[in-house]
Design a protein around this ligand. Structure first.
Ligand code: C5P
Length: 411
């Protein structure tokens, strides 16, 4: 169970109808063991009184940047230093815009700039405001600067609209906050992750490939390293820097990827197949560039090996995690894939939603294992990676006892 013992959470509440949920959030954070101090924007105070949050948090609520008395007590710099995490919930469209432009004209934005702690944002706003390109661009900017997001959730809104923009439930926000601090969960484990696309050569200059960016696999590698694992990425061609303390083995084709993975298996406790492996490759790769000629030419393709299924079928196989990108019946197809490929866990997402998956910085998924599943709310890929690592760690030693060949020495 994730916890927040000995953690100082600076909770920023901005002015939206969901601000009333921050009262419950304070309680949830405290239940996980955190000390909570609250900053409210002027707008937030229109929706909920500072007194409520003061009573719940057990500390005066901070509201003003230029309040001499408050600055003498715990001013914005002290608050920023005190925090192990700055959590802004709800985060309105306005606060996202002001954070993205680096403003520091109220206490919350000043503290956000002044803190070295991680920053987690739980957006809440009207669905049209969330979908507006200005908000999308602000979220991308903040994500690129390392801020983590949890949500928003989709559903009926206070204004009567239906769509994305609901504040994620306080308990799930508190869980996401706790997940940021999970470390040492994979201490001493050896993790191999496949990432990115594969390239299947037609001739010396052309290939078949796909749009995978590798971001999810690389985020998982960072999360695995942060959790204490020795981590190797077997990576197709991507435009990403190697995460700190990670070994990257560069490959091009699916068969190369399989070969490298099999070589690594004796030193692998957890195998995560995040790569978008090409299902087919040209039956023959031409030694010379194929010349333009007839109006039509045909290409014969042959099936590539299924890397994750090959690994899972090995007698001494690691805890094996796959991904499933589906456009409908996501959970049912993913469960079928979990069984057919002999996986221990599968992370499924809906790729019909253009705003998540592939090249996006955010993702939303359901994680399934043999006798359970958990939905992961829309969030930045790095936060989601930490949540996946947490789930892997939780299930690692449960494994599948009835599967032949499982290495019981790990238990
Ligand atoms: O069958 P499908 O391609 O939907 O399965 C996706 C999962 O299988 C991903 O985890 C992907 O990395 C893995 N995979 C693989 N080798 C393949 C095809 C998919 O490892 N040839």
């Amino acid at each position: 169970m994730a916890h927040l013992f000995n953690r100082n959470i600076l909770l920023g509440v901005s002015g939206g109808i969901a601000a009333y949920k921050s009262a419950e959030l304070v309680r949830q954070l405290q239940e996980l063991g955190a000390s909570v101090r609250v900053i409210m924007t002027r707008g937030a105070q229109e929706f909920i009184t500072p007194l409520t949050l003061q009573a719940l948090s057990g500390h005066p609520v901070h509201t003003d940047l230029l309040d001499a008395e408050a600055e003498q007590g715990m001013g914005h710099i002290e608050l920023a230093r005190w925090a192990d995490l700055l959590l802004i919930a709800p985060a309105t469209a306005d606060i996202l815009a002001r954070l993205a432009s680096g403003r520091a004209d109220d206490l919350l934005t000043a503290a956000a700039l002044a803190t070295a702690a991680p920053r987690l944002l739980a957006p809440a706003m009207n669905q049209q405001m969330w979908r507006d390109p200005a908000t999308t661009a602000n979220v991308a900017t903040l994500t690129a600067r390392g801020m983590a997001f949890v949500g928003p959730a989709s559903g009926e809104q206070a204004c009567g609209d239906i769509g994305p923009g609901r504040l994620v439930e306080p308990a799930a926000i508190a869980e996401a906050a706790a997940a940021l601090f999970e470390d040492g969960l994979l201490q001493g484990r050896r993790v191999v992750i496949t990432a990115g696309p594969t390239r299947e050569a037609l001739d010396p200059v052309r290939y078949i490939s796909n749009h995978s960016s590798g971001k999810m696999g690389y985020a998982l590698a960072q999360a695995a390293v942060d959790a204490g694992a020795r981590t190797t990425i077997v990576s197709g061609p991507v435009q990403l820097p190697a995460p700190d303390h990670t070994r990257v083995i560069a490959v091009e084709s699916a068969t190369q990827m399989l070969d490298r993975c099999l070589e690594l298996l004796p030193e692998c406790d957890i195998f995560i197949a995040c790569a978008a492996v090409a299902d087919y490759r040209p039956a023959a790769t031409q030694a010379q560039k194929i010349k333009k000629g007839p109006e039509q030419i045909s290409l014969q393709l042959v099936r590539n090996p299924d890397i994750v299924a090959t690994v899972a079928a090995r007698e001494q196989h690691p805890f094996t995690v796959g991904f499933a990108a589906e456009t409908r019946d996501v959970v049912a197809y993913a469960r079928e894939k979990l069984q057919r490929k002999g996986l221990d866990m599968i992370v499924a997402n809906d790729v019909s939603d253009q705003s998540i998956g592939f090249n996006s910085d955010v993702n939303e998924a359901v994680v399934l294992w043999r006798d359970g599943e958990q939905a992961l709310a829309r969030t930045g890929k790095s936060t989601m990676a930490r949540q996946i690592v947490q789930l892997i760690a939780r299930h690692l030693d449960q494994g599948l006892p009835d599967r032949p060949g499982r290495d019981d020495s790990r238990k």
